[in-house]
Design a protein around this ligand. Structure first.
Ligand code: BDR
Ligand code: CA
Length: 338
């Protein structure tokens, strides 16, 4: 199989951890590196968490790069209320002091893309956190964008309400100026023409709820994997109950990975999108679905997903099981008719 080359830009983060588990269990992906940005936790804690995940996945061959510590303009606000002070749900995994990481994620991104452009083997970026690293890449080395195949961004919301303000999703709210700059580049930069951003926002990710029953099932079929997930999601479960009266937790980031691999898991429409950077609506995605502004369409905004098919895909991959054999039990757990 010709695996697609990807760089995963993230802020681990509990659901980032699950997304990395999925990516590293998927033969369709060749993960060239993991770049870290401040988001759920500071970039320094995020690097540490990425290394912990690589350690338990036995994939310490994948390089980790420390990226931007602060948003472009606004003050930095973490999401430790959601992900715990350590970013992994107060799970107490030991710091992997024996493992090293690299600095300068933005240079790694630009160098990788420039090399890809000259070899013709393009690279995709899956962004699972605030887009500060991507914005800095665009500011400092726009010519490298000719090596980009696709950008998939978990962030934003179209018809769904926000998750950190009435109207804003966390990744875009945390660094709204970066998000706006990236969407603008996909409107105006000729190197990005015909390559819209795939926006995997709350309209689709809210449908992806890891319930206690699904977690129990994972623990039954794959105790070791289940134990990691149980350990990091306890805090996230509690947060979801207190904040939204959800039993279980919404796992946003793995959907972006799954969609990158299998496009039939979500669908949406091609449109122009921008991001509000100031005031009450800071971080809100403005989606011009009815083409009022006649702007160049810079995004595919996803609006529908099949949560059952996603769960079969996700659990099958991370537990290394044949998903077709899991379907009857998953139908029962998720109350989906055949
Ligand atoms: C996004 O924000 C973070 O809390 C999650 O990791 C996800 O990337 C959801 O709004
Ligand atoms: Ca994230």
């Amino acid at each position: 199989m010709n695996a697609k080359k990807v760089i995963i830009d993230c802020d681990p983060g509990i659901d980032d951890a699950l997304a990395l588990m999925l990516a590293l269990s998927s033969p369709e992906l060749d993960v060239l590196g993991i770049t870290i940005v401040s988001g759920n936790v500071s970039a320094d804690k995020g690097v540490n968490n990425a290394l912990k995940i690589l350690k338990w996945m036995n994939r310490t061959d994948i390089p980790v790069y420390l990226g931007e510590r602060l948003p472009l303009v606004r003050e930095y606000v973490n999401a430790e209320d959601t992900h715990g002070e350590d970013g992994l749900g107060e799970s107490g995994y030991e710091s992997p002091d024996d493992l090293s990481y690299h600095t300068d994620a933005v240079s790694f991104l630009s160098q990788s893309l420039l090399n890809a452009a000259s070899s013709g083997d393009f690279i995709s970026i899956i962004a699972l956190g605030p887009m500060t690293n991507i914005a800095r890449l665009i500011q400092t080395c726009p010519e490298s964008l000719c090596g980009l195949s696709e950008l998939v961004s978990m962030g934003g919301n179209y018809k769904s309400h926000g998750n950190c303000s009435p109207v804003a999703e966390y990744n875009y709210w945390c660094d709204p100026h970066a998000a706006r700059l990236v969407y603008e580049a996909f409107e105006t930069n000729p190197l990005l023409s015909g390559k819209p951003i795939h926006m995997v926002g709350l309209d689709v990710t809210r449908k992806i709820v890891l319930t206690p029953n699904l977690l129990e099932y994972i623990c039954q079929i794959s105790p070791e994997v289940g134990e990691h997930i149980r350990r990091i999601t306890r805090f996230y479960f509690d947060f979801h109950w207190k904040q939204e009266q959800v039993i279980g937790c919404v796992i946003n980031d793995p959907l972006a990975i799954a969609y990158f691999i299998d496009r039939s898991l979500c669908h949406g429409f091609l449109t122009y999108t921008t991001v509000e950077t100031e005031g009450l609506c800071m971080g809100q995605t403005i989606v011009d679905a009815f083409d009022f502004w006649k702007k160049k369409k810079n995004s595919i905004v996803l609006t529908h997903t099949d949560a059952f098919r996603f769960m079969c895909f996700f659990i099958g991959r991370i537990c290394h099981k044949d998903s077709s054999q899991m379907e009857p039990v998953l139908r029962q757990i998720m109350e989906v008719r055949p």
